[in-house]
Design a binder for this molecule. Structure first.
Ligand code: ZN
Ligand code: ZN
Length: 380
């Protein structure tokens, strides 16, 4: 067991509480990861605001990179000091969904999600030292990376090639995987295709880059904010548009048909509606964004007809062991620009300000840096 500093959500809508909590011990198959960088994602914000139900108190943070600090019994293929990106999709590998090649739907992962603990359904974090028994602390998406260390199943710590900064590597774990994966793993995106990307946050900008990597011929990035459109153009968009002009732009580029593929990454009802209006007959829509689960989203029925295919994806078809090293290498080679998506590097103490800036739309990604985390040991 070690003591670590963490940002704890104790009450929705309230600031995160920076406190020292207890972590461990490692169960067989666990690894201890010294977190070096963790990105602030909209899903964390949803948990803070209560749109995403999570038992409290809880440690958020699900987009992170760090180093292996200790191995649980039976772990092979990883060594202390390995640089890893964390996956928020633990999966058993043997259930119905895993056997279908859909680990994102793993029965164990979905079944234990509401508990908000480790993949095995048991806690690894505790607070209120001195109480007996110690009070468990929950963790978001099987990680809880807004802490100096976290304990994850070994297969959720994916080794990446050396040389990539932790700040950039962290983004691979959620936003970059989701956006690039939408273009390269989910969309049936042919070379030369016409694509529209709706929403230019971290996921949308990653989708723009994924479309470029996949050989799209026309990449129209849609966002109401001029600065975001300019950033999208820097990252590979061949055209940009305000949402009000998006359909006309997409049709003008395709002899009136509409985009072959539309990737939605805005998470607002108007964006979902725009996605199906803007895609061509027979084209494909990929929804990445989300809105409140009980929200009603209106569509014009005609916009859903004509053999359009709609695919929902929450993690860009991620197979982390396959994809994270490829994404890291693409960044190292200069084919994927991760630095451009980092708006700020902040300390854990500034995390509330970071979320306020995310909510106001001022930042693409703020990344909490843990440079001063102490070296620690866990007793098994
Ligand atoms: Zn995320
Ligand atoms: Zn499974």
């Amino acid at each position: 067991m070690i003591r670590v500093r963490a940002a704890v959500l104790r009450r929705t809508g309230a600031p995160l509480s920076i406190e020292t909590i207890t972590l461990g011990p490692l169960a067989p198959g666990d690894v201890l990861v010294r977190v070096r960088a963790a990105g602030l994602c909209h899903t964390d914000l949803e948990a803070i605001e209560g749109q995403l139900a999570l038992p409290l108190p809880a440690v958020l943070g699900h987009e992170a990179a760090g180093e292996i600090a200790a191995l649980g019994a039976g772990v092979s293929g990883l060594a202390c000091g390995d640089r890893v990106v964390l996956s928020w999709n633990p999966h058993c590998g043997t259930c119905f969904y895993c056997e279908q090649g859909q680990p994102i739907l793993c029965s164990q992962a979905l079944g234990n999600a509401a508990l908000g603990f480790h993949f095995d359904g048991a806690p690894r974090l505790f607070c209120d030292a001195g109480t007996a028994p110690p009070r468990p602390v929950h963790q978001l998406m099987y990680l809880g990376a807004f802490a100096e260390y976290c304990v994850v199943p070994a297969h959720c710590a994916v080794r990446i090639p050396p040389g990539l900064g932790f700040d950039q590597a962290a983004l691979i774990g959620c936003g970059v995987m989701t956006g690039v994966g939408a273009a390269t793993r989910i969309a049936d995106l042919r070379w030369g295709a016409s694509v529209m990307v709706i929403g230019c946050g971290a996921v949308g900008l990653s989708a723009v880059q994924g479309c470029r990597l996949a050989g799209a011929g026309h990449i129209l990035a849609v966002d109401p904010r001029p600065a975001r459109r300019a950033l999208a153009a820097r990252l590979g968009a061949t055209a940009t548009a305000d949402p009000a002009a998006a359909i006309a732009e997409a049709r003008a580029a395709t002899a009136g048909r509409g985009a072959d593929v539309v990737i939605e990454a805005a998470g607002v009802p108007a964006g979902f509606a725009l996605s199906v209006e803007a895609v061509r007959p027979g084209g494909q829509v990929v929804w990445l964004g989300k809105t409140a689960v009980d929200a009603q989203v209106p569509f014009r029925w005609g916009s859903l007809m004509q053999e359009k295919r709609i695919t929902r994806s929450s993690y860009g078809g991620a197979r982390p062991a396959r994809d994270f090293p490829l994404l890291a290498q693409a960044a190292l080679d200069g084919r994927l620009d991760l630095a451009a998506m980092i708006s700020a590097r902040i300390g854990l103490d500034a995390i509330d300000d970071g979320f306020a800036a995310l909510k106001r739309g001022e930042t693409v990604r703020s990344v909490v840096m843990f440079d001063d985390a102490p070296a620690g040991k866990v007793r098994g």
